[in-house]
Write a protein that binds this ligand. Structure first.
Ligand code: ZN
Length: 169
């Protein structure tokens, strides 16, 4: 085991032992429940969005250290970010995790999330690492639908033929 692998495992264990932003808080706009049956991970996640900004992500997690630590790291990254930027962070993390060791993340942007680089080489753990991020994406899509309660479902994050109304970066 090389030093980098040890460092990455240390980061994951730190988040597992002391989860950031853990617990279910109010106010929130949407609550979602996600499970990863292959490992037994369970997650209840709430998001609060104000003016297109993720102001809080709170959660209750049961399961393995990777799923819980990944959710903890995710909240560090997206709380305070615009919704569009949070979706971009999700996409980047997904690309790295599915890259099976061929894609590295920018530490300047992703901070502790780079520690999951090693997980990408274990396909069985990919769903563990993605659980929190998948729940976040699900919740943010639902928030958009709720926020635009006139029945319109916004497609700006997913339909690439529709240009983003404003640049967040
Ligand atoms: Zn797991």
């Amino acid at each position: 085991m090389d030093n980098l692998t040890e460092l990455y495992q240390e980061i994951i264990l730190d988040h597992y032992r002391q989860k950031h932003h853990s617990g279910l808080r109010e106010p929130f706009d949407v609550e979602v429940g996600h499970v990863n049956p292959s490992c037994g991970d369970e997650l209840t996640l709430r998001v609060s969005v104000v003016d297109d900004q993720v102001v809080d992500v709170s959660y209750e997690a049961v399961g393995c250290s990777i799923s819980q630590a990944s959710t903890s790291v995710m909240t560090d990254l997206v709380i305070g970010q615009p919704v569009a930027e949070s979706h971009q962070l999700y996409q980047g993390f997904l690309t790295m995790i599915e890259g099976q060791g061929t894609v590295e993340l920018d530490e300047e942007v992703y901070g502790d999330a780079i520690a999951f680089y090693g997980v990408a080489q274990f396909p069985a753990r990919v769903k563990c690492a993605m659980l929190g991020w998948s729940a976040l994406r699900d919740a943010l899509i639902r928030v958009e639908t709720v926020t635009n309660g006139d029945g319109t479902v916004l497609s700006r994050f997913w339909d690439t033929t529709v240009p983003s109304p404003k640049s967040q970066m």
